[in-house]
Design a protein around this ligand. Structure first.
Ligand code: FPP
Length: 233
């Protein structure tokens, strides 16, 4: 498959990893098997982004709304997160990936919080792909938390820079490309502020089937877009 020229590569790719449940159902498997299979896709996409020289990759792994799922599924997802961080550390180190997390992290299971801290620290000196998991995250919550911080600081006025400086990770640039798997045409409370000018690539492929070839197709799609940021170009 042809690969887009580097000049047209997105600096920051955000991904809504959807369709794990449908993938599992289609195979007569429990939903959690879809999530487990999704880890393979995470590895494939992280590796491909690192090799392609993408700057930032953010994966929406657990939303503030996902707590409403059955306890067994939530517990299994938390277990898979820990498994992911444990088993993927060598891949992250080999590919110079630094690992980060955004969201209301203090409400996550203590074991997950501990593993997050450890993985962030262990990859802190890596200078390649900046990988972020959005966990217990929603775009509205992030905006509210930033506004609350401004109020707590006694701010009398707010502008874009002041609000963005209080987001969970102010060093993240806005995503240039949002990929959503499994075909739904919505942003589902992800990066509401930051997606203002993002290009959207929605594929019918379920997340557990998503591989480097699908990422290349998204990059090709992106490279063909004309971005005008509200101007006339
Ligand atoms: C959406 O599929 C996916 C999730 C809610 C969780 C995402 C988790 C993973 C990809 C696995 C682990 C990830 C990491 C980073 C370790 P869905 O369950 O909503 O699918 P459905 O819409 O088909 O039911």
């Amino acid at each position: 498959m042809p690969q887009p020229a580097n000049a047209k590569l997105p600096r920051h790719i955000a991904v809504i990893m959807d369709g794990n449940g449908r993938w599992a159902k289609g195979r007569g498997l429990p939903r959690i098997e879809g999530h487990r299979a999704g880890i393979e896709s995470v590895r494939a996409v992280v590796t491909a982004c690192a090799e392609r020289g993408i700057g930032y990759l953010t994966l929406f792994a657990f939303s503030t709304e996902n707590w409403k799922r059955p306890k067994e599924e939530v517990d299994a997802l938390m277990g898979l997160l820990n498994l992911y961080m444990e088993q993927e550390l060598p891949t992250m180190m080999a590919h110079n990936v630094s690992f980060h997390a955004i969201g209301r992290l203090g409400d996550l299971h203590p074991a997950v919080q501990a593993k997050l801290k450890q993985t962030i620290a262990e990859t802190a000196n890596n200078t390649g792909l900046y990988l972020t998991l959005a966990l217990n995250y929603s775009g509205r919550t992030e905006i509210l938390d930033a506004m609350q911080r401004l109020l707590d600081e006694g701010a009398g006025a707010v502008d874009e820079a002041a609000l963005q400086a209080r987001f969970y990770d102010p060093s993240l640039p806005d995503p240039d490309l949002l990929i959503r798997t499994s075909g739904e045409m919505r942003v589902s409370n992800f990066f509401l502020w930051q997606l203002a000018y993002a290009e959207l690539h929605i594929t019918p492929v379920h997340w557990p089937d998503f591989r480097a070839g699908h990422l290349n197709a998204a990059l090709e799609d992106y490279a063909g877009r004309e971005r005008r940021f509200g101007g006339l170009g």
